[in-house]
Each structure stands twice: as structure tokens, then as C-alpha cells.
Design a protein around this ligand. Sequence first.
Ligand code: SF4
Length: 247
Amino acid sequence: MPTLSPTPPAIPPLTPPPSRTAVVRRARRIGRELALLYPDAHCELDFTTPLELLVATILSAQCTDKRVNLITPVLFGRYVTAADYAAADRNDIEKIIQSCGFFRAKTTSIIGLGHALCDRFGGEVPRRLSDLVTLPGVGRKTANVLLGNAFGIPGITVDTHFGRLSRRFGWTTEDDPVKVEHEVGALFPRSEWTVLSHRLIWHGRRVCHSRRPACGACGVGALCPSYGEGPTDPALALKLVKAGPFS
Ligand code: SF4
């Protein structure tokens, strides 16, 4: 009599990865929800000219926008043009910006910025990313802040919040900011890039924190594949929400 071989264990069906269309749809739904949550999201640095924004953005490295906004009225009152920065007394600038951290390096960048703008761009802030990134203290993130907020040219600002939230939303698996910028940029129309950056940064500052995201109080929790990464109990989560403003 033939022996019966044991029934093999059932193989669970493979879940196919979501289609590109599904990924784009979900990303844009989250984008729309964030737009409703943060209808007035904007750059939280105070400025009135492209040069002021450039200097404020350099100062904001490793520092809060709120702190920068306390410093810049004095700085911008004393230094108005690129030539003013180029001719600046470094002790004076260091004294003004001392409380925003790395003040010596930032002073070097700001004075160097003044020289570079005068020497190569007629004292004006250039409008091209490829030119902006050649300036002292200006990386791709700062350049995109400038393009989007001073010149109305769409730019994605991948700071720590934008990168973290993009990964939590499943929009990218990349850590490299340039790759994040390109992958997320491909999910949204160009016209939305700047405001999308603000909305993600606002949500990251207020709700979706690095260590304990307030999932139970999150307005996009129903759409977020990372729901549950932080407390889901609404009362507990609500205590984690930071109200802002951050400027
Ligand atoms: S559900 Fe949680 S992880 Fe997802 S965005 Fe909201 S706070 Fe962040």
C-alpha cells in the first residue's frame, strides 16, 4: 500500500507590491489631507529680500527658526546689501549671531557669501540652483529654500523632517536627500513642490516627531503606512502634539 506523504503547509499568497498608480494616488491623497490640516503652511524664517532669506537659511543650520528670527532684525538692520556683508567686521557679525550656534563658521559663510555675490553675480542672489550651490554655506537644501520662497521657482526642501516623513509615508526608502528629492518630486506636480515641503515640515515639527510620533492624534493616520510607530491612544498622542508656532 502506498504511503501518503504529509500535506505540505499552505504557502501564503504573495502580496504584489502596489502599482505605481496606487503609490501616486495615495501620496497625493496624503498631500491633500496635509493641505487641509496646514492651509497656511509657509517658510517660518522672517525675510523681505532674497539676500535676507539666504542669510537666514544659513543661520538656521542646527538652530531653530525662532532663534534665527530673534537675531535677524538686528543683523538685517545693519547689513542690507551683499557689499555690506563683504565689507563686514567679523567681530560685529559674530557678536550679533552668537546665540545661533556655530557662529564662527556661519560668520565666515556670510562674509564669503557677500564676496561671492559681489565678485560673480553683480551683488544679486542668482536664481539658478547650479549657481546657488556654488555660494559659501549654500547646499542644495538652502538653494531649494531660496528658489521656492524668494523666487517662486518650485523646489523640494529635504530637511530632517521632510526625509523622515517621506519614508514613513512610503514615498521613498532612500536616506540620501538628493534621491529623496527626486523620488518624492516624481510623485507630485512641480507646482506643489514648495508648499508640499512646508506642509511636511510643519507636520514633522508638530505631530510626526522623530522619536515619538503622535499617531493617535494624526490627521493623516488613516492613510499612513507607519501608523502605530508612535502611541495610538488619542489622549496619550495628543500630549505629544506641539502647537507651534515655531517662528
Ligand atoms: S500616523 Fe504616525 S507615523 Fe504616520 S504621519 Fe501620522 S504621526 Fe507620523
